[in-house]
Design a protein around this ligand. Sequence first.
Ligand code: F6R
Length: 263
Amino acid sequence: MKVVILPNDQLVAHYGANIIKRQLADEPRSVLGLATGSTPLMLYQLLVEQYQLGELSFRGVTTFNLDEYLGLSGDHPQSYRYFMDRNLFDHIDIDTAKTFVPDGAMARPQAAAQEYEHNIKVSGGIDVQLLGIGVNGHIGFNEPWSSLGSRTRVKTLTARTIADNARFFADDEYQPHLSITMGIGTILEAKNIVLLATGKSKATAVKNTVEGPITAGCPASSLQLHPSTTVIVDEAAASALDDPEFFKHIERENQMLLARNDL
Ligand code: F6R
């Protein structure tokens, strides 16, 4: 696991956007795994800006989002399909038929989950999976004690996650308590994983992810088993790590090697 600690959330977004940019330069027909939530918003804005400047094209790209609320159709303003359309897809040259978000309005969600897995496989698998992290260490909607081998399925949200996300719903608005989410096993099959975390509220989750034991109690700790995961955090999110200087040292060394073209 590579841990990159940067001074602020803007630099976190830039670092993450550059990984996507390099991926698309190497392979214009890449398959990207995407996340919603507040953390990746700045990164999506940067991708849109780079597309508008002509530095990036998404024409050949396929995307799979991590999750969706069960019971919300894609035109609901709180659905993750709506979020992705408004914050990214509507502003770039991607073929919308190649943007997959689990269908929260399907009559048979378990069947929809299996179809989602099938579509990921048929696409050749995810090249870069972008992740945020919940304050309880969840990734996607895989809450603590989700099976580390889980696949795309229907999951109940914890009271904590419902409370955290309540800010996006009006007081009298229906807020779903169920989701459809890629499983931890699904996420771990991505060739590369990029997890972004910013702000003090994520510090304990980041510590448990990076330094803790691998446990279903912190789903993101499973990423320690993945061969190519980059965790990009700002100082606040890194503030509970035992030895942040170690990771800063490694990253300085990596940057030096990169500059000399040794990596
Ligand atoms: C969203 C998702 C979630 C979020 C996490 C952090 O698609 O998969 O796991 O990444 O809840 O959310 P924010 O970024 O809003 O703190």
